[in-house]
Design a protein around this ligand. Structure first.
Ligand SMILES: Cc1ncc(COP(=O)(O)O)c(C=O)c1O
Length: 377
């Protein structure tokens, strides 16, 4: 794949290496959003189908990305909403435990802490126990697998670590969860859209993804895949939109008892968000067109000179789109920060490392600019 910068409207003089913070909107998504806004002028042009059809199409697109049906996907406002909904429906094991990783994102951790307190389970934060870049992924994954046992109620983990990009081996983790009858709850916010994922193959029970990063979607919208074990569950709220008769506007006060099938009951209220849905849909369409596999290949090729320059390797420990770079010893850290700012490079500082995240709009000039400031610091 060639660089896709022309499909975005990024500042031409800024090196945006921070998609993990927020993804930019595509031109097509902007256009879709603007059209959606204008449609709000005249509600007389709207009919019942406008409440449901585009939402269904958008869920189906997300399903294609993660390998499930659209009906297995619920719309959520945020990752924290998704986890609140999921954890409301998980039975605990007696004197059990919940496994997560050190410094996991708070949306997962706060939900797990609350659940553990309510259910008298122990929350275990698995550490990598090494800082060696060549070993961290293997070691950390090994430690996670060892920690999962018959007492584990669930594992709650991201696809890749949000602060350093370590890639979690969800295939092995999913297998161990199945062997131990534990659920695997995954936060895909930092990779879904940019890295291939298959919820069936990985034996994922639930996958939540906020749309505003790698799905190149809007803020305040996300997707949640749920497997069949949740389909009798209790949603957080009782939206009329989630009942099977929702399209029949004149019959809503029959107070239909039956929810829509599969994950349908778990969508947030007012899920037919007329402005955000078209934006999310445009992002998903473009990503499916590119394919996450091709995006990873693009990212790998793009960033190779950076790793060569620093004489380090990714070694499969880190994802290609999101990784931490150790600041070389010879670098003056303050000067590096100054130079990064001066040269209009946008990255995230995470502890002692720089978090770099790239996508198909990034160019070799962006990577060269970063190499130059590291050299000059
Ligand atoms: C791994 C991960 N999950 C979730 C989020 C966002 O969480 P929420 O949607 O609850 O605001 C972020 C934001 O940086 C993240 O890195």
């Amino acid at each position: 794949m060639d660089c896709q910068k022309h499909l975005f409207q990024l500042h031409p003089d800024i090196h945006y290496l921070n998609n993990a913070y927020k993804g930019p909107l595509l031109r097509s998504a902007e256009e879709a959003g603007m059209q959606a806004l204008l449609r709000g002028r005249n509600p007389s042009d709207m009919n019942e189908h406008d409440f449901f059809d585009e939402v269904e199409e958008t869920k189906t697109l997300y399903g294609q990305l993660v390998n499930c049906e659209g009906s297995q996907v619920a719309l959520i406002s945020s990752t924290s909403y998704g986890f609140a909904s999921i954890l409301n429906n998980i039975a605990s094991k007696k004197n059990g435990n919940v496994v997560t990783v050190k410094d996991e994102f708070p949306s997962a951790v706060f939900a797990a802490q609350k659940w553990c307190k309510q259910n008298d389970n122990q929350l275990i934060f698995v550490e990598p126990k090494t800082s060696d870049r060549n070993e961290i992924g293997k070691q950390w994954n090994k430690n996670i697998i060892e920690q999962i046992n018959e007492k584990t109620s669930f594992v709650i983990i991201s696809t890749v670590h949000w602060s350093n990009g370590v890639y979690f081996d969800l295939k092995a983790i999913g297998q161990k969860c199945q062997d131990c009858n534990a659920k695997l709850l995954v936060d895909g916010t930092q990779s879904v859209g940019s890295q291939p994922i298959d919820v069936q193959e990985l034996k994922i029970s639930a996958l939540v993804t906020a749309a505003y990063k790698w799905l190149l979607g809007p803020y305040s919208l996300g997707f949640m895949y749920l497997d069949e074990t949740f389909y009798d569950g209790t949603p957080l709220e009782e939206s009329w939109m989630n009942r099977i008769n929702a399209k029949n506007f004149s019959g809503l006060t029959s107070y239909e008892k039956n929810y829509k099938g599969n994950a349908g009951r778990f969508s947030m209220g007012e899920s037919s968000n007329f402005i955000l849905t078209p934006i999310a849909k445009a992002g998903l369409q473009q990503i499916l067109n590119w394919t996450p596999k091709a995006i990873q290949e693009y990212d790998s090729k793009l960033t190779a000179p950076l790793f060569t320059h620093l004489k380090i390797q990714n070694n499969g420990n880190f994802s290609n789109h999101l990784f931490s770079l150790p600041v070389p010893e010879k670098c003056n850290k303050e000067k590096l920060q100054e130079n990064i700012k001066k040269n209009k490079i946008i990255v995230s500082q995470r502890g002692e490392s720089i978090r770099v995240s790239v996508n198909v709009f990034n160019t070799s000039e962006d990577i060269d600019a970063l190499i130059k400031v590291i050299e000059a610091s």
